[in-house]
Ligand binder design. Structure first.
Ligand SMILES: [Cu+2]
Length: 220
C-alpha cells in the first residue's frame, strides 16, 4: 500500500477515536439531605464563558396526562422546544401555567391539542390543570443543551460535552434555596470523565389531595 494511501486509511480509522477523545462526560449524583439518591433532579452544565451554541433545529417534547397526573412529572427541555400535551384520560383537562418563563392556557380538551406550546424562555414552568387541583408538573427549560434528569438512584450522565470549563448546577421541585447556589465549576477541558455529587436540602413536598370522586373516575 502506498504511504499516502496508508496515511489516509489510518486517518479514517482513527478519526472517530480522535472525535471521541475531544468530548467529556460528567457523571452526576444527586442525594437528598439523608444521603438517598434523588430522582427528578435536573443537572445542567453551562459553559463557564457563557458561550452557548444551540443546535439549529428546535426539538419536540411530549408531556402526557395519564390517570389525572402529568407524566412525566418533571420534564427537562432545551429552550425553543415545542411540547405537545396529549390527554390519555377519558376526562378533559385544562392545562395552564402562570410561571413568568411561560404563561399559557390550553382550552379544555380531550385528545391532543392542535397547537404545541413553545417554551421560548429559560426557567422553571409549573404546570397545573384547572379541573384537577392536584395535578402539578414541572418543565425545566434549559438555556444550555447539556442537561439530564436524575434516575431513581439520583444519577444523571451529561455526555459528549465539548472540552471546556462548565458551571454545573442542579434543580429539583423541592430544592430549598436557589439553583444558582448549587453551581460547581467543573473543568472538562482535559479530563474525559468527571464525577460530581450534590447533597441537597429539600423542602417538604406540597401535595393537594385528590378529590374523592377522582378515585372512582368522577364526573370530570
Ligand atoms: Cu385535569
Amino acid at each position: 500500500m502506498p504511504a499516502a494511501r496508508l496515511a489516509v486509511t489510518l486517518l479514517i480509522l482513527l478519526a472517530p477515536l480522535a472525535a471521541r477523545a475531544q468530548t467529556a462526560e460528567v457523571a452526576a449524583r444527586v442525594l437528598d439531605d439523608l444521603g438517598r439518591g434523588l430522582a427528578d433532579a435536573v443537572v445542567v452544565a453551562v459553559p463557564a464563558d457563557g458561550d452557548i451554541k444551540l443546535p439549529p433545529r428546535p426539538r419536540e417534547g411530549v408531556i402526557d396526562q395519564v390517570n389525572k397526573e402529568f407524566t412525566p412529572k418533571v420534564t427537562a427541555i432545551l429552550v425553543g422546544t415545542s411540547v405537545t400535551f396529549p390527554n390519555n384520560d377519558d376526562v378533559r383537562h385544562q392545562v395552564y401555567s402562570f410561571s413568568p418563563a411561560k404563561r399559557f392556557e390550553l382550552p379544555l380538551y380531550a385528545g391532543v391539542p392542535a397547537q404545541p406550546v413553545v417554551f421560548d424562555k429559560p426557567g422553571v414552568v409549573v404546570l397545573g390543570c384547572n379541573i384537577h387541583d392536584w395535578m402539578v408538573g414541572y418543565v425545566y427549560v434549559s438555556e444550555s443543551p447539556y442537561f439530564a434528569k436524575t434516575d431513581a438512584d439520583g444519577k444523571a450522565l451529561l455526555a459528549e460535552l465539548p472540552p471546556r470549563e462548565y458551571i454545573v448546577r442542579v434543580w429539583h421541585p423541592q430544592l430549598s434555596g436557589t439553583e444558582e447556589a448549587t453551581g460547581k465549576r467543573i473543568d472538562a477541558s482535559r479530563a474525559r470523565h468527571v464525577d460530581v455529587e450534590w447533597r441537597l436540602a429539600l423542602k417538604p413536598e406540597v401535595k393537594v389531595r385528590r378529590a374523592p370522586t377522582s378515585e372512582r373516575g368522577g364526573r370530570y
